[in-house]
Write a protein that binds this ligand. Structure first.
Ligand SMILES: C[S@@+](CC[C@H](N)C(=O)[O-])C[C@H]1O[C@@H](n2cnc3c(N)ncnc32)[C@H](O)[C@@H]1O
Length: 314
């Protein structure tokens, strides 16, 4: 496959995100995972003529693509290179104490998956990298060399939900120790030796292991945990946060943190005085909202996406 010249990514759950954030003129919004700027563009259009948007991405290629795509909005947009675990610091850097709407669209963009040189994909062979920010941290190849077979099996089991994780880890470590693990194609070979070929009409079984290693390389759950811990501070009172998750672990983390923030009193009826703090947020989505069949048919990569949203009330 040839490398895509344009930054290609189709925003998922776009209508659902717009419904949750309900952008208005004069509002201040943050897209903490701006990617190619698809969601951000719609938020800016919906908040015309003077809504502002701060975009963040840890991938310098996404920052450049989003700046180019959104340039016609002029000074209504500011795009910063950084990680959303540092959201409050990044917002303070541009003089924004809190926003009216915050979007976090977790995971990787289609662009990152499709450019072989980024090393995320088993479809196109590339270096074993997988870093969303290629200027920072350990590559997939370095991680595979550093961790023990047991640690690798745990990563593959936990983040990839691969039931053959022990055997897959053994196969990968054997190739890494032999010096025959240099590319994403080599990694795919090591995985397929254990899990076999793709059954007709199903996802490639290597997907699970690639996803697991990518999550570990980018400390994706640690990033999400920091962001969730920071809530509701980056939101203005009345502001909404919408989080799109593709992985059940991430969705569970979001669900649990949102439940704490909207939690009604947990006192037993016999308690004379309730010591519980009042809820700081209310649900904007009663449960997670999934993609429609039509969206899934249009964009197969959207199939596991779900969004949850809450609004700060205190
Ligand atoms: C699914 S894509 C977002 C696509 C975007 N919503 C659009 O419409 O084009 C996820 C983006 O989040 C970025 N990202 C992932 N984790 C991040 C983090 N911890 N901090 C900042 N950006 C992150 C990735 O680099 C990627 O560009």
């Amino acid at each position: 496959m040839t490398e895509p010249r344009q930054f290609s990514h189709q925003p998922v759950l776009l209508n659902e995100v717009l419904e949750a954030l309900a952008p208005v003129a004069g509002g201040v919004y943050c897209d903490a995972t701006i990617g190619g700027g698809g969601h951000a563009e719609s938020v800016l259009e919906a908040s015309a003529p003077d809504g502002r948007l701060i975009g963040i991405d840890r991938d310098p290629a996404a920052v450049a693509a989003a700046r180019q795509r959104l340039a016609h909005f002029g000074d209504r947009v500011q795009i910063i290179h950084g990680r959303f675990s540092e959201l409050e610091r990044l917002l303070a850097q541009v003089g924004v104490p809190a926003v009216d709407g915050l979007l976090v669209d977790l995971g990787v963009s289609s662009h990152q998956l499709d450019v072989a040189a980024r090393g995320f994909s088993f479809m196109n062979s590339g270096p074993l990298d997988m870093r969303m920010n290629p200027t920072e941290g350990e590559t997939a190849s370095e991680l595979l060399a550093r961790v023990s077979e047991d640690e690798l099996a745990d990563i593959i089991y936990r983040f990839g939900e691969e039931r053959l994780s022990r055997r897959v880890a053994r196969s990968i470590k054997r190739m890494a120790n032999d010096g025959t693990m240099a590319s994403t194609a080599d990694l795919a070979v090591a995985v397929r030796r254990v899990v076999g070929k793709t059954p007709k009409g199903k996802s490639d079984p290597a997907t699970r292991t690639f996803q697991a290693i990518r999550i570990a390389v980018n400390n994706e759950l640690g990033e999400l945990e920091s962001l969730l811990d920071a809530l509701p501070a980056p939101l203005a009172v009345g502001g909404t946060v919408a989080i799109i998750a593709f992985h059940s672990i991430e969705d569970r983390m979001v669900k649990q943190r949102f439940a704490q923030l909207v939690q009604p009193c947990v006192c037993p009826p016999s308690m004379p005085v309730c010591p519980c703090p009042p809820p700081v947020a209310e649900l904007r989505t009663r449960r997670s909202v999934r993609v429609t069949h039509r969206e899934e048919a249009d964009n197969r990569r959207s199939r596991s996406a779900r969004v949850r949203a809450i609004r700060r009330i205190l």
